[in-house]
Design a protein around this ligand. Structure first.
Ligand code: NAD
Ligand code: HSE
Ligand code: NA
Length: 454
């Protein structure tokens, strides 16, 4: 414990030989790299913390499973509960909701600081963890939970806390960016690329979490909670993954000067009642080739934060992978360990604003609607009339030559219409698409994609 003089300043020496005990829960892709950094960086970490970091145990499910040689097998234990009771800092890289939540609550009960990469847990039940850590007066850090190695949580949670954030928009899931990137550049199918993402350690234990957008939605909820000082859970996020994105969608995106990216968007909006709220969404989006997000390749992430005083900020880096994520984990471990040695605490949660979370149809954005229609006069006028009737303004129209020629019996061929709208309310666009789908001259509404990043 840190002694203090009458002014409250710590009297203990700047450095001490008493180690800070670190417990690691989970030794998979990320956990193994956490061990590697703790081992290879031991002397530097001790200098930065002001005390040695001692890894006192590594909780795993199977102590007999083969491990990377960097892991000291004598530290392996299946008794995670017992381990958290004898640590100063508990690092959780197990994943999932349980037993991670119970173990972290137990760690906090024992007065340990917590470092976690578990976005699913924080987005599902973050308030429980934040409240327990606050009540126990211990740190809860989670830089690795959003955008991997990129310092994004700390800037939003601390550096920008004196500003007013309006919007957070970007690529926060490395697996889907890697998949979409290879679908666009190599013309591959989704399934085969997901397998590669798993092999590279990018994907969640169940990659459905990645491709169905749950992982990005969890991160969007966490970012929205921090940016707008409002409780936002994953259930509040309007979520759509990439499983419905086809090779045709990817090809047409290129033809119209875009790439498809899975974007997380959290923004302040005015609701139907005129009151301010927050709207959080995750969906595949058309991004213009000239926008910086269009050039984000592989498993990289990139996030724009728009704030009143700071203006527009961009954060970029490796969003997935064991080593990049371990980098973020260790940054939090050093912060938590320093507080154990020198006193002080990291940020607590603040939900003071508690803005209403607005429904999906409160969103306003641009859209690209692709239609297969009868190739005959007047069809475009019919479609345009449906848009006009609902106040949806057309920005551009593109008609490709008839993909299916007219038949000998005079039946019209099929033409492809691609309509890009100006910004419109989600509800108006949805109603328009429903009306267009019912037109006799419309063979198929092939796709509706939002266009972001003007
Ligand atoms: N892989 C990444 O790029 C990345 C990036 C950021 C955050 N994360 C998050 O980090 C966490 C771990 O991810 P990962 O990629 O290392 O997953 P992983 O599946 O490789 O590792 C998780 C490990 O936890 C072990 N485990 C499961 N239940 C356990 C239990 N009850 N007790 C002890 N060990 C248990 C598993 O056997 C596995 O070895 C997840 O929350 C994930 O969302 C991962
Ligand atoms: N599966 C996650 C890991 C990083 O959180 C992703 O692909 O982004
Ligand atoms: Na991060």
């Amino acid at each position: 414990m840190t002694e203090r003089d009458q002014t409250g300043r710590p009297t203990t020496p700047a450095t001490t030989t008493t180690p800070v005990r670190v417990a690691l829960l989970g030794c998979g892709v990320v956990g193994t790299e956490v061990v590697r950094l703790l081992t290879t960086q031991a002397a530097d970490l001790a200098a930065r913390v002001g005390a040695p970091l001692e890894l006192v145990g590594v909780a795993v499910r199977d102590v007999d499973a083969p491990r990377d040689p960097v892991v000291d097998r004598s530290l392996l234990t299946a008794d995670a509960e017992g381990l958290v009771a004898r640590a100063d800092v508990v690092v959780e890289v197990v994943g999932g909701i349980e037993p991670a939540r119970s173990l972290l609550l137990r760690a906090v009960e024992h007065g340990a600081a917590v470092v976690t990469a578990n976005k699913a847990l924080l987005a599902e039940d973050g308030p429980t963890l934040y409240a327990a850590a606050d009540a126990a007066g211990v740190d809860l850090y989670f830089e690795a939970a959003v955008a991997g190695a990129i310092p994004l949580v700390r800037p939003v949670r601390e550096s920008l806390t004196g500003d007013r954030i309006h919007r957070v928009l970007g690529i926060v899931n490395g697996t889907t960016n890697y998949v979409l990137d290879r679908m666009a550049t190599e013309g591959l199918g989704l399934a085969e690329v997901v397998a590669d993402a798993q092999a590279l350690g990018y994907a969640e234990a169940d990659p459905t979490a990645d491709v169905e957008g749950f992982d990005a939605a969890a991160k969007a909820a966490i970012l929205a909670s921090l940016a707008f000082h409002t409780r936002v859970s994953i259930a509040d996020v309007d979520r759509q993954g990439i499983t419905a994105v086809t090779a045709d969608d990817v090809a047409w995106a290129g033809r119209t000067g875009h790439v498809i990216k899975l974007l997380a968007i959290a923004e302040r909006r005015t609701g139907a009642d005129g009151a301010e709220g927050v709207q959080v969404r995750v969906h595949p989006s058309l991004v213009p080739l000239a926008h910086p997000l269009a050039g984000v390749r592989g498993a990289f992430n990139a996030v724009f934060v728009e704030a009143e005083a700071a203006g527009e900020l961009m954060f970029y880096g490796r969003g997935a992978g064991g080593a990049p994520t371990a980098s973020a984990v260790l940054g939090d471990v050093v912060s938590a360990a320093r507080h154990r040695v020198h006193g002080g605490r990291g940020p607590a949660e603040s939900w003071y604003a508690d803005l209403p979370v607005l429904p999906a149809d409160a969103a306003r954005t641009r859209y690209q609607v692709r239609l297969d229609v009868d190739d005959r006069p007047g069809v475009l006028a019919q479609v345009s009339a449906e848009l006009a009737e609902r106040g949806v303004s057309i920005e551009a129209v593109r008609q490709s030559p008839a993909d299916t020629p007219a038949t000998d019996d005079g039946a019209p061929g099929v033409a492809r219409l691609v309509i890009t709208t100006h910004e419109a309310p989600e509800a108006a666009l949805a109603a328009t698409v429903a009306a267009i789908r019912d037109l006799a001259s419309v063979r198929e509404v092939v796709s509706v994609l939002r266009v972001e990043g003007a």
